[in-house]
Design a protein around this ligand. Structure first.
Ligand code: HEM
Length: 584
């Protein structure tokens, strides 16, 4: 990293420059995301002058930054008194403070603690490099290798090797500290005093999750988490098993038309997981929630293609891209459709068709909405946000887990045979039962190894609101902490030289033994207070589905399959997973 070294501060020259440029009174234009911002004053001139100074000649201290901000505030105050030029220069200094000064200061601060990384580039950070590296990685054939880190996260693969286990990268002017060191991961994720809250999600992601459980904080989160814990664990989860079995039966009915032929299972599991979450959490079928899922999927696509798009702050209020317009329409459509489902349920409660106590997740939410106690009551918007969160989180992730596990078993037919033996021993040809499900040891090992090699969620993030001490490091406010859990999953120092081989026997004595009690190296469901609330739901659904498939079919990988794991919010097979089905 180009770490700035200690040299005299240049604020006076900067102020001189801004004075010169005020008098120059030229027009400037800044093309951003295809939009030109036009204004008075010599913006480019000032920018150029600033960057003529080599970055290493700066001494970016907090005190200097404060002076810069004070100057801009002073100029803006003058504006209110009628000084128009002051507005331009004041606003300009604020922009420079955000897009240039702060990144350079943070880069310096982290560099002085030994945290290196690719250099910050004005406005874009490293987004262009990351985008290009991903594009290049996607064009490279992978064979059937499980060495997928360099494919799914090529920048992290390359920069961890170059800069170390923890390094600094830039999403535009947003600093992201990438952390793969287990001790630090544990410290962040186990924290319970809100030192590391969730990051504020970008507009598109917000449209998917709203302010639901995945994104909310504080009291609201605690209230909703309690509700979800109750709905997706213990007896409630046990009561969901018959609905899960019915969902798998619906899928296997379709499979009868594919016997002896090829079938694409990623799409099959998309329908299955949509059906399962609809039935278990919302008491409806996939068909009822179909358009919600379709709209959610479109939103996910838009979100994914805008991951590396940078927008000038506030520009969306003036000009909206077609993606922004479409995502707003989708958000409204999802809201209205969910409202319909809620209304129907309220009617059923009123007419006594369903009881007002117990029941599924939707029932608990509706009850909380109707609660007379204001501290327990949730608003309609909260209700909708929670439904959106669970429709999405409950479906996409398990969809990926099932597809990757079937892919692995289609290649490793010896493990497929082992798993089948276990299933037939426990259930024969009967439907899976709660007691047997807890005894599926080989299946658990296979699922864990699948989650290690192909974790559906490949990264977890948090932010730092106030300067904080993390391990031996001092992390400045506003730094985003980015934990790419897929990296330790593929680290040979942790798992051995055979790290990229499918070896479920690693987990034969449980996760603690497999990780040598170093739990943060295996994080498919996260850890600490914000770990996955649907963990038991997902593994139960996966075990039931795989058991019922193994009872009926043997499967091998189709020659049509092209191995290309890629991230579209979750890690998924880009071209689906085609297998050949053989009836037993
Ligand atoms: C294989 C399937 C799944 C995987 C790999 C997975 C992974 C994760 C991970 C890594 C987190 C932690 C995120 C963080 O710390 O920021 C998480 C949180 C969450 N998951 Fe899952 N998940 C899965 C299935 C599910 C299911 C089926 C549901 C719903 C029924 C669900 C609902 C949630 C929710 C609501 C949160 C947020 C919890 C909170 O912040 O309190 N997940 N999941």
């Amino acid at each position: 990293m180009d770490s700035p070294t200690s040299k005299p501060f240049f604020l006076s020259s900067m102020l001189r420059m801004s004075k010169d440029h005020r008098s120059a009174g030229l027009r400037w234009s800044l093309p951003l995301s295809g939009i030109s911002l036009v204004g008075h004053g010599s913006f480019l001139g000032l920018l150029n002058s600033c960057f003529v100074f080599p970055i290493t000649s700066l001494f970016p201290t907090d005190a200097a930054a404060d002076v810069l901000l004070e100057v801009s505030t002073h100029l803006e105050q003058r504006t209110r008194k009628g000084g128009k030029r002051g507005l331009h220069v004041g606003a300009l200094i604020r922009v420079l403070h955000k897009l240039w000064w702060t990144p350079i200061r943070i880069q310096y601060q982290m560099g002085s603690q030994g945290i290196k990384g690719p250099s910050y580039r004005f406005f874009f950070g490293n987004t262009k490099e990351i985008f290009n590296m991903k594009k290049e990685a996607m064009s490279r054939p992978l064979g059937l290798s499980h060495d997928i880190l360099s494919k799914a996260q090529p920048h992290i693969h390359s920069w961890v090797n170059k800069y170390g286990k923890n390094y600094l990268q830039w999403h535009g002017p947003q600093p992201q500290m990438v952390i793969t060191e287990p001790e630090l991961i544990k410290e962040i994720l186990n924290n319970r005093d809100s030192t590391y809250p969730k990051e504020e999600v970008k507009e598109y992601v917000k449209k998917i999750f709203g302010d639901g459980l995945v994104t909310s904080e504080g009291e609201k989160w605690a209230k909703m988490r309690k509700l979800a814990n109750y709905a997706f664990h213990g007896e409630s989860l046990k009561n969901m098993i018959p609905a899960m079995i019915t969902s798998v039966e619906v899928m296997l009915e379709r499979w009868k038309h594919h016997e002896g032929k090829e079938i694409e299972v990623f799409e099959e599991f998309r329908l299955l997981t949509s059906e399962a979450i609809s039935r278990t959490a919302f008491g409806s079928s996939y068909l009822e929630g179909k358009n919600i899922f379709q709209m959610m999927m479109k939103l996910a696509l838009i979100t994914s293609r805008n991951t590396y798009t940078l927008r000038f702050p506030g520009i969306s209020k003036v000009y909206k891209t077609s993606d922004e317009i479409e995502s707003e329409q989708l958000e409204k459509g999802i809201y209205n459709s969910i409202l319909e489902i809620i209304k129907k349920r309220e009617e059923k409660i009123m007419t006594g068709e369903v009881g007002s106590f117990g029941g599924d997740f939707l029932q608990l939410l509706v009850k909380a909405h109707q609660d007379a106690n204001p501290s327990q009551k949730i608003s309609v918007q909260d209700l909708v946000d929670e439904c959106k969160t669970f429709y999405f989180a409950g479906q996409e992730t398990t969809n990926s887990l099932l597809a990757w596990t079937v892919f692995l078993l289609a290649i490793h037919t010896d493990w497929q045979e082992e798993a089948r033996k276990e299933v037939l021993n426990l259930f024969g040809h009967q439907s899976p039962n709660p007691d047997g499900i807890t005894k599926l040891k080989t299946m658990s090992m296979i699922i864990n190894e699948s989650l290690r090699l192909y974790p559906p969620l490949i990264a977890i993030s948090r932010k730092v609101e106030r300067e904080v001490r993390l391990g031996k490091l001092t992390i400045p406010a506003e730094v985003l902490l980015f934990i790419p859990n897929i990296a330790p999953h593929h680290d040979p120092q942790i798992w051995g030289e055979d790290v990229n081989l499918f070896k479920p026997e690693r987990f034969s004595e449980g996760v603690a033994k497999a990780t040598k009690n170093n739990m943060p190296v295996f994080l498919p469901f996260g850890m600490g207070p914000r770990n996955c609330v649907g963990f038991n739901f997902a593994t139960t659904e996966a075990k039931i589905t795989l058991s019922m498939i193994l009872q009926r079919y043997a499967f091998t990988l189709s020659p049509a399959y092209v191995h290309s794991p890629f991230q579209l919010l979750t890690l998924r097979p880009q071209h689906g997973v085609q297998v050949l089905l053989h009836s037993l």
